[in-house]
Every structure is written in C-alpha cells, then in structure tokens.
Write a new protein. Structure first.
Lengths: 425, 175
C-alpha cells in the first residue's frame, strides 16, 4: 500500500512536467535521464534473420516438385522414382519447411479474404493454392504425392494394409465435403482455422503441438500403418477440389497399354480402391432392382436437401455461440464476468457495445445460413455420388478413377503389360 | 475451328473465374509481401497468455526493452514486485519469475535493466508493471528467429485484446 502511494505521488509529480508517447502508447511518466558518467543509452537490437522461409521460395519449390511428380508418373512410370519423389517431398515440405504454408490451409485464407474486407492474400498464397489445382485440371492428382507432406508421410507409413470394405470406404469419403464447407464458413466468419488447428500430422513435422492434439496425432499415425491414407481419403478438404478437377483432365493415369489382360492384379495392389474392375454381367432382376433404387434416390433428393438445410441452420445457430465475439458480448452482459480479460480488453479498446451487438447479429446470420448452405451442397454432392455408384457399370475393361487415384504407382509395379512395356524401353 | 469439347469448355470457364476471383482478393500493397505475426503493443493488455499458448514449448513471444524510453529508475516498477522487501537484486523482490531482467548500476540514481532473452518466457509481468507505473519501455514482441509463422497463430486465437496481426516481413518488429 505504501509503495502504491509512492508510485502515485511520483506519477503526479512527473505527469505535470513531462508527457509524451511511450512504447505502449501510454505516457512517459519519468523523464529521460541525463547521464554525467559518459554512459550512452544502448540501441534496442533485433535478430536480423527470420527463421522461416519466405513464401516466394515455397511457391517456387512447389512448382518444381509438381513438375517432378508429372515426370515420374507419366514419363518414367516407375514406382522407384515415385518413391524418391515421395521421400524428397517428406524431407523438404515436411521436416524442413515443417508443412506450413500448405494449399490445404490456404483454403481458409482465401475464404477469409472473401468475407473479411480487411484481410488480403498475397500473390504467393494464390500461387501455392492454385498450382496443384491447375496441375489436377491437366494431369490429375499429382500434388498428393509430390507436394503434400501429409500424403508422403501416410504413403511411407503403410506397412500392414487392412483393406476397408467398399461400402465403408465410400461412406467415409463423404466426410471431406462437410469439412471443406465448415472450414470455409469458420474461416470466413473469424471462428478460427480448423484445418490448421486439427491437422494431425503437423505435430510430427514441428515436433511440438497443443496438448489435445497428441492423442489425435498418435491415432492418425497408427491408423496410417494399417489403413491407406486415412487423412487424405476421409478428412482432407483440398482433396474434394482435386477430385472434381481431376475428372476434367485429359491426361489420365492409364496402365496396361494397349491391351489389358484382366489379371486383376492392379485392383489388389491399389490400396485406395481407385481401380474399377470390368463390369460384371448382371441379370435382369438385378437390373430392375437397380433401376428402382436409382428412381428412389432421385425422388428423395429434395427431401434430403431440405433436411440438410434445416439441420445446417440449427447447427450453425448452435455453433455460433462459441464465436469469440459472441462470447464477449455475453460476458459483457454478465455481471460476474467483469474481470474477464476479454471484457477488460474490450473496455480498453473503446469500441461501443452497439457496434459489438451489430457484429454479433451479422456473425450469427452468417453462421446460420452459411452452415445451412454448406450442408445442402454437401448433401447434394453425396446424393450425386451415391447415384453414380448405383448406376449400371458398363466398362468393358478396368479403368482408374482419376478423382481417387493418388498416383502412388503400385499398379505400375504389378501390371504385367506395364512391365513388358518397361523392359522393352 | 476445332470443336470445343464440353470438358475443355468447363476448364476454360473455371480458369477464368478462378483467376478473376483470386485477383479480387489481393491487397494492393501486400501483393508481393511476405507476412509475419507481430503484437500491436498499443492493444496488448499484458494478460500473460502469450507465454502458454504458443505451439513451441518455449514461447516465441519475449519481452523487449526499449532503452530509448526507459527512465533508468532506481525504483523500477517493471523490475520490483509491489510487496518487495528491499531495492536489491534478491529473487524475492523481483517481478520476473525467471530472473530474466538484470539490474546494474550506471550512476546514482540510474540503473540499467537488461533482458536475458534465453530466460524470458513472455509472461508480461514486467510489461504490466512498467506500463502501469513506469514509462512503458518493456513490451512483448514476437521473436522471428523463433517463430514458426503458423498459418493460424495459436496465441492470436487466444489473445483477449486481438493484438496479433500480420505485418510485412521487411519490418517484422512493431517497435
């Protein structure tokens, strides 16, 4: 108490004599000392280097790697070279650059730039985001082995593969639609970058993380040993974009040129169920049943979309309660929370409560309609996927699904026609 | 003219839309910039969350002393605790929990206070003391020889004053 009085006394004396801006925007309370012993005030120095690579280099390295991926997959056609690219990818993008900035996370930056007027993306962010997509439009999913360290880590971890039954695999593949939509809405409204926060493999590259991610990382590492690419297939939001753009590509991964002998070795070798076998002959009964099923699915689309929209609206409303601005508004109303740091900071900032209230209203609306639209679009894509899977298969020989194939090259190794072509070369 | 397939038509439309769309998101003066995280010291409320929320085990946020603003006071409110016994360098008198501030006499009654960066944990106790009763020459800043520049700064998420912002990497310190 005595010291506080002393401080206040000194403050009063000095404030009358000398007030100017201090480092934190506050006032100088004590004047500059005048040294008689020849002491000079040292300069505040900072380390000159920044520990992170500049974004420009990351963009250039990514372009080089995607070109390398293209060459190994389409020209060299050998799993040996693909593995080399995968290991280089893991070393450079993974452990050296520590997996950040990556195109998967940039989805959120772009979403925030769309909806937040004061946020902009730089040219390098745009290049890093768009390069794998351009590569996908022309040559399929090359990014997944050559540019993405998460994919590379999962590729080399796959020792003891347990093949997931087809229906479970197809079902789990619907999750990324929702993750993509939800992360776009979250980033746009300022609720955080959930892709980055819950990325399971970044802790491996940084060797440090928030405590609640430790069990998640361990789970995904163990899962990657037994299941092929668990994150890539069932959780990666960027994969949704790559999948649809890969369907547009003219250059597809093709094995068994010119004539497939239908040995079905590639089907077994592919860990991601990307090789669709020759369509089996089906009886009339099954054909009729299939027609009925497709009719049912198509008629149910409006109901599914309506249900998804309503569920999304409710979910958006519930989730918006966790937005920091809305929690701040609640805390301000609540008498017992007057000591909370966020309330103190808000009062210090001088912003009006009405301004905050308007913001909370726009945030709540954005979340409600945003999540509702996300659910509707995701449900629509799911229905389209189910209908396409239910169609009668007509392919006379096996083909590789360009949207799913990760270009890992295992089929190159087992296909007998490929081996003959390679030995001739 | 060669007939344009449906696929190629979609590709061309998509590329146009995406290029225009991306170009709209660029900021004029930030187009070629590299950006890093930094603390806006005028917004900082010295809550102490910087020390615990960084993804690194030792936070990249540390206290920085701006000697030009320092009053060189004998009774430094950023160095000494309010309940101290004596004005000396005893550990029981110091605000800093890790003894990161070194107090040396320059001439009577002026003392120089230096921060040992290796010991500083970024807890903001000294910043609070200096800001409340002194000149505010101790501030927290993100050290860029340590910071990983995560896409989403874990401290920025938890900062109650929203004091973290992205600035041009050419001038990475806001002091």
């Amino acid at each position: 108490m005595k010291t506080k009085l002393l401080y206040i006394y000194l403050f009063l004396i000095v404030s009358i004599t000398n007030i100017s801006e201090a480092a934190d925007g506050g006032a100088y309370r004590f004047p500059h000392p005048e040294f008689t012993s020849g002491y000079t005030v040292p300069e505040t120095k900072f380390h000159k280097d920044i520990s992170i690579f500049s974004d420009y280099y990351k963009a250039v390295i990514l372009i080089i790697f995607i070109i390398a991926g293209f060459i190994t997959v389409y020209k060299l056609r050998s799993r040996k070279y693909i593995l080399m690219v995968i290991l280089l990818n893991l070393a450079i993008f993974g452990f050296y650059l520590q997996g950040c900035i990556c195109p998967i996370g940039l989805i959120q930056n772009i979403s925030e730039a769309m909806f937040n007027a004061s946020y902009y993306i730089t040219l390098w962010y745009a290049v890093i985001f768009i390069t794998p997509l351009i590569a996908a439009v022309f040559a399929g999913r090359l990014f997944c082995i050559s540019g993405c360290p998460l994919g590379a880590l999962q590729e080399i971890l796959l020792f003891k593969q347990i093949k997931i039954p087809m229906f479970a695999d197809r079902l789990l593949r619907f999750i990324p639609y929702f993750i993509l939509g939800i992360s776009v809405v979250f980033a746009g409204v300022g609720m955080g970058y959930i892709i980055c926060r819950f990325d399971p493999y970044i802790p491996v590259f940084r060797q440090t993380t928030i405590f609640y991610m430790i069990p998640v990382t361990i789970f995904f590492l163990i899962a990657a040993i037994f299941i092929s690419r668990p994150y890539c297939r069932y959780f990666c939001p960027y994969g949704v974009l790559l999948k649809y753009l890969s369907y547009l590509s003219n250059k597809k991964i093709v094995i068994a040129n010119p004539k497939c002998v239908d040995c079905r070795l590639c089907e077994n070798a592919c860990p991601n169920n990307a090789i669709i076998p020759t369509a089996p002959a089906i009886s009339n009964e099954i054909y009729e049943k299939g027609l009925k099923r497709i009719r049912l699915l198509i008629y149910s689309i409006p109901f599914v979309l309506a249900a998804a929209g309503i569920a999304g609206f409710i979910a958006g409303d519930l989730i918006s309660h966790y937005h920091p601005d809305i929690q701040l508004y609640r805390n301000i109303q609540n008498e017992s929370k007057i000591d909370d740091d966020t309330v103190k900071a808000f009062i210090l900032s001088g912003e009006s409560t009405d301004n905050l209230r308007d913001r909370t209203i726009s945030i709540t609306n954005f979340m409600r309609y945003g999540i509702s639209i996300v659910f509707i679009i995701a449900a629509f894509l799911v229905m389209i996927d189910i209908i396409i899977y239910s169609r009668m298969q007509k392919n006379k020989e096996p083909y590789i699904d360009a949207g799913i194939c990760y270009a890992c090259g295992r089929c190159y190794t087992v296909c007998p026609v490929e081996r003959k072509n390679n030995s001739r070369r | 003219m060669k007939k344009l397939s449906r696929k190629n038509f979609i590709k061309i439309i998509l590329s146009f839309i995406s290029l225009i769309f991306l170009a709209k998101l660029f900021g004029r003066n930030k187009l070629f910039a590299n950006t890093v995280w930094q603390i806006d010291t005028s917004k900082c409320i010295k809550c102490g969350k910087c020390a615990v929320n960084c993804v690194l085990s030792h936070s990249a946020v540390k206290c920085v002393h701006i000697y030009a603003h320092c009053g060189y006071c004998d009774l430094c409110s950023g160095y000494f605790r309010e309940e101290r016994a004596n004005l000396d360098t005893g550990a029981e008198n110091q605000l800093c929990p890790t003894n990161a501030i070194k107090r040396t006499m320059v001439e009577d009654p002026f003392f120089e206070y230096r921060i040992d960066e290796k010991l500083c944990i970024g807890c903001a106790k000294c910043v609070e003391g200096c800001g409340n009763y002194g000149n505010g020459s101790l501030v927290l800043q993100v050290k860029h020889d340590l910071c990983l520049d995560c896409n989403e700064c874990a401290i920025a998420v938890k900062c109650p004053a929203d004091a973290f912002k992205r600035i041009n990497a050419d001038k990475p310190y806001l002091v």
